[in-house]
Design a protein around this ligand. Structure first.
Ligand code: CAA
Length: 295
């Protein structure tokens, strides 16, 4: 049994909106904080779209959708999160921005509030050590799309209180997820394995091994992956992959985590994947078409 009743979510982008949705669906009163009114409107629309899709598919009753939306409160103020039992941070992968927010919340929230970060690649220690509550700070790493992917990595630092860790682990189950315990090293379990795989696929493309489509086809039809590596890179976001790789390279100093030149170039030109309609594929037409990257 978890004592958590109210949840705060920082950021309502791709990950934050998914986390807010499953939290409210699980019955928690959920506060969602975004930087400004435009981002609040975008976040609210993301959640509504996802819930509407579930209603259209007959997976969710429209009354339940309204109840779920009714449990969500959007705000631009960090102070509104003062009474939540757990804060889950899902803002941009910038340690200064994250630590600034946690710094404010450290003064605003009660001393029992648990702080959690959905970081993909930073260590939890880098945030927890900057607060006055390192013993109440965990990692809660979800996967995209959050409402669909069953896994959550619950990250244990060397400083966390074991009851807080257990409580958070149980909380993850109440969100309908399968938690696994991971140690606090950059990338945790999934990205430790997935990021070098995606970077290797880019290196294969740079070296002219095969075409974008054929590498994707090989990994879907040859190994049963739901998406090929380039479709997955575009799905995760080319910019996001680049930042994750940089942080992991910084942590391990191993070349397998180093972003390949092609990835850098794509970031320079704003080829961020699906979100900009252009990455390894062009998404402006009816079907994705591989982009000519000059290889
Ligand atoms: N929100 C809610 N539901 C969604 C969704 C979304 N954004 N996208 C898809 N779904 C649902 C659909 O409604 C559908 O549900 P039903 O089967 O119940 O009808 C189901 O998911 C399957 O969707 P589709 O039929 O449209 O498409 P699909 O079969 O191709 O599946 C996918 C889509 C689930 C994304 C699948 O391709 C997949 O699993 N891809 C791999 C995703 C992955 O690897 N994610 C991890 C990325 S790494 C990460 O997130 C960590 C990090 O730190 C970078």
């Amino acid at each position: 049994m978890t004592k958590i009743r109210t949840v705060g979510v920082l950021g309502c982008g791709l990950m934050g909106s998914g986390i807010a949705e499953i939290s409210a669906k699980a019955g928690y009163d959920t506060w969602i904080r975004e930087l400004n009114d435009d981002l609040v409107a975008r976040g609210r629309a993301n959640v509504a779209k996802s819930l509407d899709r579930a209603v259209e598919k007959g997976k969710l009753d429209s009354n339940v959708r309204d109840e779920v939306l009714g449990r969500m409160r959007f705000t631009t103020s960090l102070e509104e999160l003062k009474d939540v039992d757990i804060v889950i941070e899902a803002v941009t992968e910038d340690i200064d921005i994250k630590n600034e927010m946690f710094g404010v919340l450290d003064g605003v929230c009660g001393e029992r509030t648990i702080f959690a970060s959905n970081t993909s690649s930073l260590t939890i220690a880098a945030m927890a050590a900057a607060t006055n509550r390192p013993h109440r700070f965990v990692g809660l790493h979800f996967f995209n799309p959050v409402p669909v992917m069953k896994l959550v990595e619950v990250v244990r630092t060397i400083a966390v209180d074991k009851d807080v860790f257990r409580e958070t682990f149980e909380f993850a189950k109440t969100l309908g997820k399968e938690p696994v315990e991971a140690k606090d090293t950059s990338g945790f379990i999934v990205n430790r394995l997935l990021v070098p795989y995606m970077l290797d696929a880019i290196r294969c493309l740079e070296q002219g091994l095969a075409t974008t489509e054929d590498i994707d086809k090989s990994m879907t039809l040859g190994t049963g992956y739901p998406m090929g590596p380039f479709t997955l890179c575009d799905f995760v976001g080319i910019d996001t992959l680049y930042y994750i790789a940089e942080i992991m390279f910084e942590e391990f100093r191993e070349t397998r985590y180093a972003p390949p030149p092609l990835l850098r170039r794509m970031v320079s030109f704003g080829y961020f994947g699906r979100k900009t309609k252009r990455g390894f594929y062009d998404y402006s037409g009816e079907k994705p078409v591989a982009v000519d990257l000059g290889i």
